[in-house]
Design a protein around this ligand. Structure first.
Ligand SMILES: Nc1nc2c(c(=O)[nH]1)N[C@H]1C(S)=C(S)[C@@H](COP(=O)(O)OP(=O)(O)OC[C@H]3O[C@@H](n4cnc5c(=O)[nH]c(N)nc54)[C@H](O)[C@@H]3O)O[C@H]1N2
Ligand SMILES: Nc1nc2c(c(=O)[nH]1)N[C@H]1C(S)=C(S)[C@@H](COP(=O)(O)OP(=O)(O)OC[C@H]3O[C@@H](n4cnc5c(=O)[nH]c(N)nc54)[C@H](O)[C@@H]3O)O[C@H]1N2
Ligand code: SF4
Ligand SMILES: [Mo]
Length: 881
């Protein structure tokens, strides 16, 4: 198993010497160790920590670009009240007074906290203590409800506790790794690299189960393109196969209940329900049956479903039936999304949990936590889950809301309705690092938080490894840590027990509470860490005790009253049928180089070059039927809302099942906000939204003109469609509209904030207009308008920003020279077209050959699956996307 590695001492206080600080990446749940070293130019050099057991020195492209996200420019540096800068005292007093007043008038359930799996454990602990222990309401929920809730519910149903049985190392020991509803190559890239390395050395078989052919499929032996939502049918069929082949594990079954009932329920699933070609299905069943060491990794394709919890249990059923759990190289493994999704679960951040894996609905557990906190009250019933919480805000039942480290106006399903509810709420406080997020704009009180690199605490990754995030740069302005903000409000509300001076003290209290939980039988007992040297805490996996070997349940001991695991009968069902009005099922998710609402990755030009505009990936047959040409715009509507997205025609998605990414906001592309379309349908058990299957209608967006602009300064678009991305010299923007402006020169001037174009070129017959803005002899900006999507080498034009004496309009920049295309290798900025040319003309027919020829894929390695995909497309002569 992975053992904690001793780490070097972080910079001693006051030391002037440049010292490398060990910290943890703030993005995905892989939880990679990062070395941050101040460089000679006032920046921070970022490297993977070779001693961190999660990544052993590797970083993906997002992690490697972390240094470029630091800095204080544009940050929220002081509290604001009603848009005016205020002191901390004024802002905190106001929050405390509003919460106190609201509770006095309407009871504790009239206030709520909506927090985040990106909070540090210490922040989360304080939020939970304040809300549950002192305000006396369980109305604290987190964006983990949108993310991990179905896994939590599935674990608790099967194991009696929310415990992840396995570890990353299991992926390297396994003979077969099944990735279900997980685009691991893009979303957990370093874990994917570890898996690919294991495949290269020992031939690990990999199966990907996803309706979409993702980058993850490139490294797989088998891709099952199942019908959306059919996962429970598939795993029910697997359970039947296990039984029929005599693979039930007779030694393990005494530790399991519900075998017969589960099998009986599974018999109702038919191969045709899965949508998988019979040969592929048979190959999968045979492979799973034949591989004792099998890990089934699952993520949002499972969790974000109206039957997410059932899907989780259908998977776990197969592992329990075969006893393939909790031993090296085998088990179900739910990979967590956010850096501290797991820590939030441990600390009881969800509305239906208590701290340290204790149960809110267990009076003994409640009393124990209340006693430990010496708190006046403790809610006996669960609080509202995220979707219901914002409904209660809308209906005025929740009258004071504090949102911390999350952007629900963008990422909640039915996002416009959620934004409307927040806007209409009597009192809203938001803690963020920016003032301009879609949610922050709706706040009455805005609190400046310290961000990554400025704050201290712990996070727990997908394999239960607790690592330190450490500060290595000063906080901008008056920004303060999230825990500090919460504790300060709690004290002002008159509550005792919120007097910590540091996160170390909070961690000590939390570990001590986990000891109390341990005495009540909880598996989450990290009390051995309460006296550790917090500053020097090395990554440590719980349970630390060697008796468990770092894994759970191999001994057949579960956390149910009879110590047995539960197999759950799963009555598999498919998502509700589509209606003629909304005949497409919209799948949503992530792209490789962006993190959620892009408040960090959006700052880094090289992370915009891979996929820098909101898009709709749609099958060629659908596109042809709808009359959607490549690179035009599509209008997507659902009963909830409307979006305009760039058309990306691709047979990676099946007919009827287009895909769109979730990252764009009112700041970056107002009509690209995908959750304005998504229905707030939830899983009945977990309350997790089904973010991947909204019925939509699609038609061409009737653009009369398209434009592409580059500018050294921010632009002021006034048209219906625009999407902005940062480039090295400023910004670039795609624009389009349904009606042309009366005067193009006036329009261009308004776009450039009143600047007067220094040159113009116009050909109205062809719908062509071009304007350039030169000042001080240097190009400040340019905009190219055309009737059809603009043909110009974007990177080339953006690269001319700030250049001297460029006659960009007459020179038709870049049109007559090869366009490198969107960057595939973001580290070395190597475009898709350059790579395709190397494949077709130079015969670079392997990822290694592309590396030798162009350098592509030789830095962080995140693009290697896509390089493989481009080679595959070429050699299989597929229709170009
Ligand atoms: N680059 C990047 N990485 C991230 C993040 C990010 O924003 N950007 N966010 C992090 C977070 S918080 C999370 S939760 C994780 C999410 O990580 P993933 O879950 O891997 O990512 P998603 O793209 O949301 O969805 C995964 C896949 O589910 C598939 N899917 C849709 N419907 C179904 C279905 O019915 N069945 C099956 N089997 N599959 C289906 C989609 O096609 C998609 O490819 O990523 C983390 N890592
Ligand atoms: N359609 C669709 N919707 C989805 C999903 C999907 O797959 N499809 N996925 C869902 C999932 S799994 C998730 S996890 C959510 C993620 O959704 P969100 O959590 O809403 O998205 P983020 O952009 O991560 O929001 C984090 C916010 O915290 C701020 N911030 C950064 N650092 C700090 C800090 O240190 N302190 C404070 N207080 N603030 C800080 C950032 O500026 C940003 O505004 O989206 C969900 N929504
Ligand atoms: S794999 Fe995840 S944790 Fe590791 S560097 Fe990339 S984003 Fe960060
Ligand atoms: Mo997530």
């Amino acid at each position: 198993m992975t053992r904690p590695t001793p780490i070097a001492t972080p910079r001693p206080a006051g030391a002037a010497r440049e010292t490398t600080i060990r910290t943890t990446c703030p993005y995905c749940g892989v939880g990679c160790g990062v070395l941050a070293t101040p460089d000679a130019h006032g920046g921070i050099a970022i490297k993977g920590d070779p001693d961190h057991p999660a990544n052993r020195g590797r970083l993906c492209v997002k992690g490697a670009a972390l240094g470029e996200t630091l800095g204080t420019r544009g940050r929220l540096k002081a509290p604001t009240v009603h848009g005016q800068t205020a002191t901390w005292d004024v802002a905190l007093d106001l929050i405390a007074a509003q919460f106190t007043r609201t509770i006095a008038a309407h009871g504790p359930d009239s206030v709520a906290l909506y927090v985040s799996g990106q909070l540090l454990t210490e922040d989360y602990y304080v939020a939970n203590k304040l809300m549950k222990g002192f305000i006396g309401s369980a109305n604290i929920d987190t964006n983990s409800r949108l993310c991990m809730a179905s896994s939590v519910a599935g674990h608790r149903r099967a194991f009696g506790t929310d415990t992840v049985p396995g570890q990353y190392e299991d992926l390297e020991i396994a003979d077969l790794v099944v990735l279900v509803g997980s685009n691991l190559a893009w979303c957990h890239p370093v874990l994917h690299q570890r898996l690919m390395a294991a495949k290269a050395t020992q031939g690990t078989k990999i199966v990907v189960i996803d309706p979409r052919r993702t980058a993850t499929c490139e490294g797989a032996d088998l891709h099952l393109a199942l019908a959306p939502g059919a996962d429970a049918h598939l795993f029910n069929l697997l359970l039947c196969h296990i039984f029929d082949r005599g693979l039930l594990n007779r030694d393990f079954l005494p530790h399991v209940t519900g075998v017969e009932a589960s099998l009986a329920a599974a018999r109702h699933s038919k191969p045709g329900d899965t949508g998988i070609p019979p040969d592929d299905l048979a190959a999968f069943l045979a492979l799973w049956a034949a591989s004792e060491r099998v890990v089934t990794v699952y993520s949002q394709g499972i969790n974000q479903s109206d039957s997410g919890t059932d899907k989780v249990n259908a998977i776990i059923n197969c592992h329990l039936a075969t006893g393939r759990i909790g031993r090296p190289g085998m088990g179900p493994l739910s990979v967590t999304g956010q850096p501290n999704a797991m820590g939030g679960r441990e600390v009881g951040g969800l509305a239906n949990m208590l701290a340290c894996h204790l149960e809110l609905d267990n009076p003994i557990h409640r009393d124990a936590v209340q006693g430990f906190w010496a708190s006046p009250r403790m809610p006996a019933k669960p609080g509202l889950k995220a979707v219901d919480m914002f409904r209660a805000v809308e209906q005025g039942q929740i009258k004071a809301l504090w949102v911390m480290h999350t952007n629900p106006a963008v990422t909640m399903p039915d996002a416009s309705r959620v934004a409307g509810a927040i806007a209409a709420c009597d009192f809203v406080a938001v803690s963020d690092i920016w003032a301009t997020t879609d949610t922050a704009r709706l706040a009455h009180v805005l609190l400046p938080a310290t961000g990554w690199g400025e704050k201290d605490g712990t996070v727990t990754n997908s394999e239960r490894m607790i690592s330190r995030q450490r500060a290595f740069i000063p906080a901008p302005g008056q920004a303060r840590a999230d825990w500090w903000q919460l504790a300060a409000v709690a004290r002002r509300m008159g509550f005792p027990g919120f007097d910590w001076a540091s996160p170390a003290q909070i961690f000590a209290e939390y570990s001590a509470l986990s000891g109390v939980a341990g005495q009540l039988g909880s598996d989450f007992d990290i009390s051995a860490l309460q006296d550790i040297d917090y500053d020097h805490l090395a990554p440590v996996t719980w349970p630390q005790a060697a008796r468990k070997g770092g894994r759970f349940f191999g001994d057949g001991q579960f956390h149910t009253p009879d110590r047995k695991a539960r197999m759950l009968p799963v009555a598999a069902c498919l998502p509700a049928a589509l209606s003629p009005g909304h005949p497409f099922r919209l799948n949503t998710g992530r792209v490789r180089d962006h993190w959620h609402t892009m408040t960090r990755t959006g700052l880094v030009p090289r992370l915009q070059q891979h996929l820098g505009e909101p898009y709709l990936e749609i099958n060629p047959d659908d596109a042809a039927r709808l009359g959607l040409a490549p690179a035009t715009l599509a209008e997507v509507t659902s009963p909830q809302g409307r979006a305009i997205l760039r058309v990306l025609i691709s047979d990676r998605v099946a007919p009827g099942h287009p895909f769109a990414p979730m990252h764009w906001t009112a700041e970056t592309a107002p009509t690209g906000r995908i959750d304005t379309l998504v229905a707030a349908v939830t899983d009945p058990i977990s309350g997790q939204p089904a973010s991947k299957s909204t019925p939509v209608a699609i038609r061409p967006y009737a653009a009369r003109w398209h434009a592409f602009a580059v500018s050294r300064h921010d632009l002021r678009p006034s048209c219906e469609y625009w999407a902005k991305a940062q480039v090295a010299g400023g910004v670039q923007m795609e624009l389009a509209g349904a009606g042309p402006p009366a005067d193009w020169a006036v329009w261009a001037s308004a776009l450039f904030d009143g600047a007067v174009p220094s040159s113009a070129l116009s050909d109205p017959a062809r719908g062509m207009q071009r304007f350039a803005f030169v000042s001080g002899g240097r190009l400040q900006g340019a905009v190219f308008v055309s009737r059809d999507p603009v043909l110009v080498a974007r990177a080339h034009l953006a690269g001319l920003l700030g250049a001297e004496g460029e006659d960009v309009l007459a020179g038709r920049p870049g049109i007559d020279q090869p366009d490198p295309g969107p960057a595939v290798c973001a580290c070395l900025n190597i475009g898709r077209n350059t790579i395709l040319r190397a494949i077709a003309q130079d015969g670079a027919l392997s990822v290694e050959a592309l590396g030798e020829c162009l350098g592509a894929g030789t830095s962080c390695g995140s693009c290697r699956p896509e390089l493989a995909a481009l080679i595959f497309s070429h050699t299989h002569r597929e229709a170009a996307e």
